[in-house]
Ligand binder design. Structure first.
Ligand SMILES: Nc1ncnc2c1ncn2[C@@H]1O[C@H](COP(=O)(O)OP(=O)(O)OP(=O)(O)O)[C@@H](O)[C@H]1O
Ligand SMILES: [Mg+2]
Length: 460
């Protein structure tokens, strides 16, 4: 335990002096004050952990000082000292939150005993705090914000899968939709929750390193293998291995992975025995694996193994009704974290966020709110604290064409692609003519053949 600051407030010099002399200098730093007023000053400047406070003082009385200390920092340990054994003021002091009281004259054994009790209580408090923090950090299904049918459906399914015996789970979804979070939650909420959750990003390591990380190696397996090393599958035994960006692993490793899934064993590099491992594998990717199979970069057999239990996280733009709740959730967490007073968002700013398209999904929203909370000086986030691309970019690029003798076309500040515009015109023409290509072509002043070839190009 760190050195504790002890403040003695007593007008008797001898008492202050003996505390200084008797308390272990390795454990305590002793400060002294000869009046209540002086004591409060030192208290505010030094914030001692423990105070020995005399009842009878020249100016402000002990009980009043105690009251003031407790309003400034209720966690301070105060030991009340009463000179005449007046039980009455001792009782009052206890009611005001003193840790204990001591009758004068006292021995230093008594003082040591109280200090020991305080130290024990402090240690317990610390442990509790660590536990509380650990508990608070454990992600559960309650941490997945959102009530839209799209996310609820995924969560319902995930709950069933978490509790099941499913040994492999595949998480799909665009970047920032919450795959990492869901993987962690599934692990925590499964019977494996108290065993390791080991995560590795398959795209972040060179292939050879990834292989030795996953499977481990025996001493001498290669030049640098000076010592035997366990792989992540072994380390995670009884728990979960989260393979992020599974779409990035090479063919050879895909074969080995398939072996792990089918046989539930691993073999270290350079090893000769198969080691049994009991792990659940959660794999995630934001790539289209079927396309990767078509391009022959991902093995079909592995894909079918992985996808038995498959969950797809919806992009944020498909569950816009969750945006206000997510905004509130992030405001609260960042406001706390940065000790800011921000507690909400103006209607106008919220509307902009709801209408935005969120290509980076929840991660992007989180970043936008973090930035806004830092910048905002008011209690509510105003549009000025939002990034310019959200403030100015209409989601529906609007290019109005009004017919007449001239075209009144306003090109948005960020520009517009001619091809995109051409595609829109083709679509509109088709809609207007009930999908009659000849008529549509005529509307746009081009030949039917030309219309058909454009239509094909844009896959309409
Ligand atoms: N439903 C949710 N409620 C609250 N926070 C969420 C939710 N979904 C995601 N988040 C938060 O959004 C951020 C991005 O999520 P996460 O890292 O899980 O995305 P991802 O799908 O793994 O992205 P990538 O494919 O880029 O790795 C994280 O900070 C995560 O805690
Ligand atoms: Mg991720």
């Amino acid at each position: 335990m760190r050195k504790l600051k002890v403040l003695i407030i007593d007008d008797e010099n001898l008492i202050c002096w003996s505390f200084k002399k008797r308390l272990d200098k390795n454990l305590y730093e002793v400060l002294t004050a000869d009046s209540g007023e002086n004591g409060l000053e030192i208290f505010e400047a030094q914030l001692p952990d423990i105070i020995f406070l005399d009842n009878k003082l020249p100016g402000m009385q002990g009980l009043e000082v105690l009251q003031k200390i407790k309003t400034i920092n209720p966690e301070t340990y105060v030991v009340f000292m009463t000179a005449y054994g007046t039980i009455e003021s001792a009782v009052k002091a206890m009611k005001l939150g003193a840790f204990d009281f001591i009758n004068k004259p006292f021995t230093f054994e008594e003082i040591e005993k109280v200090l020991q009790q305080i130290r024990e209580k402090m240690e317990l408090e610390n442990e509790l705090q660590v536990l509380r923090r650990q508990h608070a950090q454990k992600e559960t299904f309650d941490h997945i914000v959102g009530t839209s049918p799209a996310i609820r459906e995924v969560v319902q399914m995930a709950k069933k899968i978490a509790k099941s015996e499913a040994s492999t789970i595949l998480l799909l979804g665009e970047s920032g939709t919450g795959k990492d979070l869901l993987a962690k939650v599934i692990h925590n909420e499964s019977s494996r929750g108290n065993r390791p959750f080991v995560t590795i990003n398959c795209a972040s390591l060179p292939e050879t390193l990834l292989e030795s990380e996953l499977f481990g190696y025996e001493k001498g397996a290669f030049t640098d293998a000076r010592q035997q090393k366990k792989g992540l599958f072994e380390i995670a035994d009884g728990g979960t291995v989260y393979l992020d960006e599974i779409g990035e692993i090479n063919f050879a490793l895909q074969v080995k992975l398939l072996g792990v899934i089918e046989n539930r064993t691993v073999r270290r590099l350079g090893g000769t025995t198969d080691i049994n491992v009991d792990v659940r594998i959660i794999a995630a990717t934001n790539r289209d694996l079927e396309e990767a199979i078509a391009q022959k970069t991902f093995r079909e057999d592995l894909y079918y193994r992985l996808k038995v239990f498959q969950l797809t996280l919806p992009p944020l733009r498909e569950r816009k009704e969750d945006i206000p709740e997510l905004i509130q959730h992030f405001i609260q967490s960042f406001s706390n974290h940065f000790r800011k007073q921000v507690k909400g968002i103006t209607k106008e700013a919220e509307e902009l966020l709801v209408n935005y398209d969120w290509p980076g999904n929840i991660r992007e929203l989180r970043n936008v709110i973090e930035r806004a909370v830092i910048l905002e000086s008011d209690e509510y986030i105003h549009t000025e604290s939002l990034p310019v691309e959200i403030r100015s970019k209409p989601t529906q690029k609007s290019v109005r064409v009004t017919s007449g003798d001239f075209y009144d076309i306003e090109i948005p500040d960020e520009g517009i692609s001619l091809a995109e515009l051409e595609k829109v015109l083709l679509e509109k023409a088709l809609e207007k003519t009930n999908y009659n290509q000849s008529k549509a072509a005529r509307l746009l002043g081009i030949t039917r053949d030309s219309f058909r070839s454009k239509k094909k190009r844009y896959k309409l």
